[in-house]
Design a protein. Structure first.
Length: 159
């Protein structure tokens, strides 16, 4: 007999409480600029334990205030690789990583208000290694001056 794959029990569909990846790092982040996580986790470093050992997650941006992206605007996220949690994949100031983003958050060319949510395209794969988040702003404008949040909500299936 076939077994159904189901969402694992959790809270509001998440296997663990959604994890805040970035906050103040995004304050007034200019269009075309990038920032690495440095506040959440352990000085911006996240491990499998933070993500409840989940493989997949939902990713969202919560606006800290009013801003209006231009047409085609988006945010891009990369997980920075680390074998041991102390040395990370190379980044270059205000430059996208030289590989495809791990997640893209498309934005409307319309006004966003405080606490408006923009979700990434589909589910994203969580890294098995220690990681930092690295976000690029391609919204066409600077992000609001405070209150911006990037959260990842780990999910799991079971059978």
């Amino acid at each position: 007999m076939a077994t159904n794959f189901l969402q694992a029990a959790g809270s509001h569909g998440f296997i663990v409480t959604p994890v805040t990846i970035m906050t103040t790092e995004l304050n007034t982040l200019a269009n075309g600029s990038c920032a690495a996580s440095s506040v959440g986790g352990t000085s911006g470093v996240f491990t499998q334990t933070n993500f409840g050992q989940a493989i997949w997650a939902e990713l969202e941006f919560i606006a800290g205030g009013a801003f209006t992206p231009t047409a085609g605007g988006f945010l891009a996220l990369w997980w920075l690789f680390s074998e041991a949690g102390s040395t990370f994949e190379k980044t270059v100031t205000a430059t996208d990583q030289p590989r495809s983003p791990d997640a893209i958050i498309p934005l409307f060319a319309s006004a966003y208000a405080t606490n408006d949510i923009a979700k990434a395209n589909g589910i994203i794969r969580l890294p098995a290694y220690d990681t930092k988040g690295y976000m690029a702003n391609h919204s066409g404008v600077s992000l609001p001056g405070s209150g911006n949040i990037i959260k990842v909500g780990p999910t799991a299936t079971q059978y």
